[in-house]
Ligand binder design. Structure first.
Ligand code: HEM
Ligand code: NAG
Ligand code: NAG
Length: 491
């Protein structure tokens, strides 16, 4: 009896030791790993930032970690990130396929889809459609200006008062995507928006938290019924309803929005074995909504936080806006070419906001090399965008909010190569064009009409962001005043 027990114990220990992840030959260095857990022990699950800092200090710009049994490589600095995402784009543009989020999205859409034909076709289609080929010239600007009117209404109701801008910006970003995707906008208490907000909140809490880490580390729990997929399925149902309504009211060849464009494309392709399908469209719409809402609204929140606490920068923006837009009733995206300071400010806001600090995880598509290390196929690759956005030697003022980072000695706008808030290479953010248009039009329009003031009783501003897949500033309040223009006719 005792002998059997000993034998069993020996077997189990042997198996556990065998399960201890080992670094392949010439793999980037990293901390000692434990059986089963990998390096989970080394990371605080709530906020691993401090731990990452230590790892980078001990092991250098390219280091490795084990997420449970899975090897991952963290890449820091412009040189390493450019080598991986641009020079060796084909080797580094995959996505991990066995994570929590893959199961939630059923491997459809674009964000989490692996490097291959379905991803490529869908990505190309969205880029074409968003670049106005599908939606008509200026259509994107119209949709954004339409939504800005609602922001202005909210602000006008709050003149002289203190306002919390979180919901307002979140709703605006969400509605702009909804306008592009479905041709409609939603009031904040609408069922659709409420369900989406709930779903995003639940899923991102889970995706950041210990649950997803465990899920990603231990495939055996994948079949347990998990509460979070439920929130996603509810939203999916609402999108299915929207697509069905579109099918009833659409006129083929005259698309009103992204969904109509996709349905036209489906007609064109027929059943030629292409990757386009209605199920794809459902997940794709959700993908674009998720990817485009928190990112944009968190960047706007950061922008107004820094503009309020740097009134001299806000004033300089306003002077440029008034000078360039004199006689125009509204700003167009093309006006940016005459507004180097405003361009510098929107870019500096994105640099400081550092909205997606670790990008979206990549994955190697074949055995490859990086900075002299060997990295096998299937390794998770984590591009540390923070490390580039504040890299010393790349910026005039890497650690402070200063639009001079984007201005040359002549006051002209310049974009350093380390500006990578949208990442780089073939996987680079697909919504970059839309996001930049939103940030520019919203900031210019609001700064032209209003003055934003840090409330006297709000104390010292705290710039430390709240950690997450997308970072956001701590909740804050703003005081809004109306700007009286000398050149407006007083009625
Ligand atoms: C300020 C706003 C935004 C920021 C900072 C941002 C940032 C990013 C980053 C860092 C990635 C990962 C790229 C990579 O894997 O290397 C990404 C991917 C993506 N973003 Fe954005 N994004 C923003 C807005 C948007 C908007 C408005 C949309 C929607 C139209 C969008 C759609 C996407 C999609 C679909 C992907 C996945 C691309 C792919 O896997 O091929 N993003 N974004
Ligand atoms: C990681 O955790 C292991 C086990 O607790 C420990 O031996 C090692 O020193 C830690 N390494 C770092 C860099 O924290
Ligand atoms: C990313 O880079 C920043 C800035 O250099 C550093 O503080 C952070 O710890 C890095 N994160 C990771 C995961 O290495």
């Amino acid at each position: 009896m005792f002998a059997t027990f000993i034998l069993l114990w020996l077997c189990v220990s042997f198996i556990i030791v065998q399960m201890k992840p080992r670094r392949p030959k010439n793999f980037p260095p990293g901390p000692l790993t434990l059986p089963v857990l990998g390096n989970l022990i080394n990371l605080s699950l709530e906020n691993p930032l401090k731990d990452f800092e230590m790892l980078r200090k001990s092991y250098g710009n390219v280091y490795s970690l084990f997420i449970g049994p899975k090897p991952a490589v963290v890449i820091n600095g412009v040189n390493a990130i450019k080598e991986a995402l641009m020079t060796k784009a084909n080797d580094f543009s995959g996505r991990p396929q066995d994570l929590f989020i893959n199961d939630v999205t059923e491997r459809k859409g674009v964000v989490m889809v692996d490097y291959g034909p379905s991803w490529r076709d869908h990505r190309r289609f969205a880029l074409m459609t968003l670049r106005n080929f599908g939606l008509g010239k200026n259509s994107m600007e119209e949709r954004i200006h339409g939504e800005i009117k609602h922001i202005i209404n909210t602000l006008e109701k709050n003149i002289g008062k203190i306002l919390s801008p979180q919901v307002m910006f979140h709703n605006a970003a969400s509605n702009i995507i909804c306008q592009v995707l479905f041709g409609t906008r939603y009031e904040y208490d609408d069922e659709f928006i409420r369900e989406i907000v709930r779903c995003v909140r639940e899923n991102s809490k889970l995706a950041n938290g210990p649950w997803a880490m465990l899920y990603d580390s231990f495939p055996m729990i994948h079949n347990l019924p998990l509460p979070f997929t439920k929130a996603f399925r509810n939203v999916e149902k609402l999108v299915i309803k929207l697509v069905n309504e579109h099918k009833k009211t659409r006129v083929a060849g005259e698309p009103r929005d992204f969904v109509d464009c996709y349905l036209d494309e489906l007609d064109k392709r027929g059943s030629d074995g292409s990757s386009f399908s209605e199920e794809q469209l459902i997940i794709y719409s959700l993908d674009l909504h998720f990817a485009g809402t928190d990112t944009t609204s968190n960047t706007l929140l950061t922008g107004f936080l820094y503009l309020m606490t740097n009134p001299h920068i806000q004033e300089r923006c306003q002077q440029e806006i008034d000078r360039v837009l004199v006689g125009k009733d509204r700003v167009g995206f093309d006006d940016r070419h005459n507004m180097p300071y405003m361009q510098a400010v929107t870019h500096e806001v994105q640099r400081i906001a550092n909205t997606v600090p670790l990008s979206v995880f990549h994955c190697t598509t074949k055995d490859t090399e990086l900075m002299g290390y060997s990295i096998p196929k299937g390794t998770i690759v984590i591009p540390n965008l923070t490390s580039v956005l504040n890299e010393e030697g790349q910026w005039k003022f890497p650690h402070e909010f200063n639009p001079e980072n984007f201005l040359n000695d002549q006051g002209e706008f310049v974009k350093p190569e380390a500006f990578m808030p949208f990442s780089a290479g073939p996987r680079m953010c697909l919504g970059e064009g839309l996001a930049r248009m939103e940030l520019f039009l919203i900031m210019v329009t609001l700064l032209r009409k209003f003055k934003f003031i840090w409330p006297e009783d709000a104390g010292e501003p705290d710039y430390t962001p709240v950690y997450g897949i997308t970072q956001t500033p701590k909740p804050y309040h703003m005081k809004v005043l109306c700007i009286i223009h000398l050149n407006t006719v007083i009625k």
